[in-house]
Write a new protein. Sequence first.
Length: 312
Amino acid sequence: MSQIYTYLYIIFIVLMAISIVVLLINYFKKKNDYDELVVRTRLWWGMAIIFSISLIFSPTVSLVSLAFLCFLALKEYFSMIKTRKQDRRVYKWAYLAIPLHFYWIYIGWYGMFLIFIPIYVFLFLPVIRIVKSGSIGFLNSVASTQWGLMLMVFGISHLALFPKLIVITETEYELAVQYGGWLVLYLVVLTQGNDVIQYLVSKKLGKRKIIPHANPNLTWEGLTTGIILITLLSIFLARYLTPMDFIHSIFAGIIISVGGFFGTAVVSVVKRNLVMSQEVLSEIKQDRYINKIDSLTYTAPLFFHYVYYLYY
């Protein structure tokens, strides 16, 4: 328990230092170029508080918090879609899938977690849509709903699996007990750090855009710098927060950095396809949940299955 408190003290000291630096930068800069950092800092404080409560008292706190976050992200996703009245029935069932999906995590039913949304919900949604709703807009309605569930719920929910490793592996294995919750911290720190590094480097030094039609803010300079720095940070943190050795921590850093890049790119394309109006698109670039967890939609499942395969 003393080690837990030591780590938590370090987390909050680092957060305070980052917050002070971000506020100073934002204060001395006349333009609002760094509002993104201010918003992310608030998100980090919220994550740190929830993580601390979960670690000290009960993992159920983080489970409920993640379920609520998925609900808010999915709600924002649906708000970007131009919907018909008959589509709303499908959305209601999609919302109902969230508590069920997280219930499988709560009881440690790993097999059902893996197939519930990709198979059962996937097969169930078309049936709901065709009942009294006709065929107009059928494919667009069902496909967009399923994509929302896969990205905003299934992908993000992998974060909740780490504290449940001892249950889903059906063993008192020491690694599951020792590292479950810390793996979440490791993943979130690296993912958010990667987002900030790629954002800052691309903004100040980036010249060669990678996929300008998807996200003009992503550059080769930002991606390369992110991979290098996050891999180094991965190696450093792995010895304290994970069971990974030196080689595995290198690959973990690369997976998280590259996965975060593609998560941001894919969600950017999804938003541009859903929202045709540039005015609305500029509005959703602001303080929205989707914009802060887009990279986690990829890094959470990729990193979880990487660690699960290697050590559990």
